[in-house]
Structure formats: C-alpha cells, structure tokens
Design a protein around this ligand. Structure first.
Ligand SMILES: *[C@@H]1O[C@H](CO)[C@@H](O)[C@H](O)[C@H]1NC(C)=O
Ligand SMILES: *[C@@H]1O[C@H](CO)[C@@H](O)[C@H](O)[C@H]1NC(C)=O
Ligand SMILES: *[C@@H]1O[C@H](CO)[C@@H](O)[C@H](O)[C@H]1NC(C)=O
Ligand SMILES: *[C@@H]1O[C@H](CO)[C@@H](O)[C@H](O)[C@H]1NC(C)=O
Length: 365
C-alpha cells in the first residue's frame, strides 16, 4: 500500500472515520544459508500480546505458516519442526532453511476479535554456502609471445560474484568475460607471470583461490662482463648473463671457433698473447628454444703496460698465501697447546700415542 494513502487512512482511522491496516516494520531484507536459520522480528513490536497472529509465506508456493487466534495455534505441516513463534512479540524463527524458503514473509496481527489488523512484510533469500572454489587453466607450457592461456574460476554453491586479482592488485589488460568466470591472455607476455586469485562470493560466504602462472621467455639482454684489457700472465675471467626463464645454458666461442667451455663463466690462467681476440657467449633457453649472444673483445698486453691497475701482483698473492699459512699454523699450535694442557686424563698410553702422532710433530719435522 502506498505509504501516503496508509497515512491518510490512519489519520482518518484515528479520527474515527474508518478502520485501516497499520504498518508493521520487519527486519530485512534477510539473507539465509541452506541448513541455517533466520529470525523475522518486528522493529515496532506490539505493546501487548496480540489476540490474532498470522504468519504467511509467498515464494515458489503460498503457505499459511502459522496462526494463533485467541491462544489456539495452527502450524502448517511443512513447518512443524522448524519454527518457533514468540506470541508476545509476533517474531518468527525459521530453521533448516532450504532454497525453497526464498520469498516474501508476511506478519498480520490484531488485538481483538475482528479488530483492526496491522501488517508487515519482508523478504528472505537463501543461499548455498560457497565451497570447493578452484582455478583451472588450459594445459601447457607458456612461452612469451607464442602461447595463450585461459584461467577458469568455478565453485559449488550459489555464486553471486567473482572477482580476480593478480599479485594482490586488480587485474587489468586481459580479457575477462561478463561473469568474471574466465580470464584469457593471448599471447602471454613475460609480465603476465604471477599469482592470480579469484574470489567467489555470495551474501553468506566467500572463498578465495589462487594459481601461479609461469611464463617462459628469453634469453634477452645477453651480456659479457670482464676486463677488456689484461696483462700477460694474469687470468682471463669473463662472466655471461642473460634474462631468461628458465635459466639459459651458455656456450663460448673464441675468434669464431666453438670452445669446450660451458657455463656462465669463462676462465683461463695464465693468459697468453694469443688469448687476445673476440669472445662470444651464446645463451640458450631449452624451453623457448631461443638463443641470443653477446660479443666481447679482450686484449692481452705486455707486463706493466697497464700501470698496475686492476688485479693483484704476484708479490701480493704470495704475501696473502704466506699470511694464510701463518694463521692456520698458529691456530693448530694453539689447539695443541690447549689440548696438552687439559691432558688426557688417566691414560698414559693415550698420551704416548698423542705425543707421537700429533700434527705438531709433523709440523716441526
Ligand atoms: C543481504 O544481502 C544483501 C546483498 O549483499 C545486502 O545488501 C543486505 O544488507 C543483506 N542483508 C542482511 C540483513 O545482511
Ligand atoms: C523445492 O521445491 C521443489 C518443487 O517445488 C521440490 O522438487 C524440491 O524437492 C524442493 N526442495 C527442497 C529442498 O525442499
Ligand atoms: C566482475 O569483476 C568486477 C571487478 O572486480 C566487479 O566490479 C563486478 O561486479 C564483477 N561481476 C561479477 C558478475 O562478478
Ligand atoms: C684471435 O684473434 C686475434 C685478433 O684477430 C689475434 O690477435 C689472436 O692471435 C687470435 N687468437 C687465436 C688463438 O687465433
């Protein structure tokens, strides 16, 4: 009924011109879960217990759920075990909800037999709880620029909304269907790698699932690092890098001829003048089957021609080696000293063997 009309009717009623239906206010719209329960309550409860209460339902069927007239109750057979009615407040608890309970609920009360009736209604929507959410993906290894992928998000239950995120951020720049059920990426780019999450929700539940996407690419940006000029005798040491998923494997060529060196680093020691020339590192990605290479020019110069810049002189290396030997020897000496001081309690034989075979003896030889 139009609220304005009811208001006018009520005013007329108050003035004693007619009787009219007073509005009851019910909570809601309500959301329920299959198997769960809801409570319909009046926001403006009656000031005294009503003489007559009628609770009815209208959905995919019409039921008079409950009547109480002058204390005589009647409960619809389908509701016997699953309702509780508070006859003072005219509130209704409905348990064991099924999807069929979705609909409109009406409360009508009056205070005397044949008296003015007040009425209110509200709606209930029952949802199945969401479960078993999962993201499935089209099979196969993804290669940047070559492959496509479709991710599908599904779950059981009453699905109302789905939402996608990538690495925690809203998902942009890909094709998402109207229902947000599938995400299509064609072709995949290396930036598409990451963690995709799908959140499936309805008003009573929500589930979030995620799936990691690996995109193979490269090699790209192959680069050789090392000294471009070295003195004869010092080591040749070059390192090759490339951006690649998975990690690339490397081969090396010198002056255009394949060498037996594999791996990211190329070393040779000591260097000779013939080591001057062109080094080529070729990176190969076993998944993308792509290769790329980098070229590096090395020149081996005469001793002293580089003014001591870079690298360690033979003298310095010898100095370091001697230092290490001294430190190790001192360490051994201290250990033996402490061990002897502590002694080998109660075993003379052990002590003899000890003095015979200690590293100290070997050192002093
Ligand atoms: C029921 O769900 C709808 C839609 O999400 C929401 O607007 C409404 O507030 C919910 N009702 C209650 C009582 O939580
Ligand atoms: C819901 O109603 C339909 C037909 O109206 C019936 O076939 C079905 O069994 C009912 N489901 C439940 C859970 O009561
Ligand atoms: C689809 O996702 C967008 C963005 O997250 C969201 O605004 C929209 O409500 C979703 N639609 C459905 C049907 O889930
Ligand atoms: C490689 O090429 C450089 C420059 O062309 C040359 O000086 C060097 O001797 C070459 N080395 C060998 C082993 O061929």
């Amino acid at each position: 009924m139009d609220p304005h009309i009811s208001l006018i009717l009520c005013l007329l009623s108050a003035l004693g011109f007619c009787s009219c239906q007073n509005e009851l206010l019910l909570n809601g719209p309500l959301n329920g879960t299959v198997g769960g329960s809801v409570e319909f309550t009046l926001i403006n409860p009656p000031s005294a217990p009503p003489f007559r209460i009628i609770l009815s339902f209208s959905g995919n069927r019409e039921d008079i759920i409950f009547t109480s007239i002058g204390g005589v109750e009647d409960i619809h057979a389908d509701y016997v075990d699953r309702i509780s009615v508070d006859k003072t407040t005219a509130s209704l608890e409905l348990r064991g909800l099924t999807l069929n309970d979705t609909g409109l609920y009406t409360v009508r009360i009056s205070f005397i037999s044949g008296g003015v009736e007040s009425q209110g209604e509200t709606s209930l929507t029952v949802f199945e709880r969401i479960s078993g959410a999962a993201i499935t993906s089209t099979d196969g290894i993804l290669i940047a620029g070559e492959s496509s992928v479709i991710l599908t998000c599904d779950a059981q239950g009453s699905i109302i909304t789905r939402g996608w995120r990538k690495d925690g951020n809203p998902l942009y720049g890909v094709n998402i269907d109207e229902l947000n059920r599938t995400v299509s990426i064609s072709p995949v780019k290396k930036e598409d790698k990451g963690d995709y999450t799908c959140q499936v929700s309805n008003p009573v539940s929500s589930e979030t699932v995620s799936k990691g996407l690996i995109v193979n690419y490269g090699p790209e940006k192959v680069n050789i690092m090392g000294e471009g000029a070295i003195e004869i005798g010092s080591p040749v040491h070059l390192t090759c890098t490339a951006e690649s998923v998975p990690e690339s494997t490397y081969t090396w060529a010198f002056n255009g001829t394949e060498t037996s060196v594999t791996g990211a680093s190329y070393s040779k020691e000591p260097s000779e003048y013939e080591d001057s020339g062109t080094y080529t590192c070729t990176a190969w990605n076993s998944i993308t089957k792509h290769t790329d290479n980098a070229v590096f020019k090395l020149s081996v110069k005469a001793q002293g021609s580089l003014g001591g810049a870079g690298g360690l002189s033979d003298g310095a290396i010898a100095g370091i080696v001697i230092m290490i030997i001294l430190v190790v020897a001192a360490g051994i000496g201290i250990s033996i000293f402490l061990w002897k001081k502590k002694g080998c309690q109660g075993c003379l034989a052990g002590r003899e063997i000890g003095t015979k075979d200690t590293p100290h003896q070997q050192l002093s030889r």
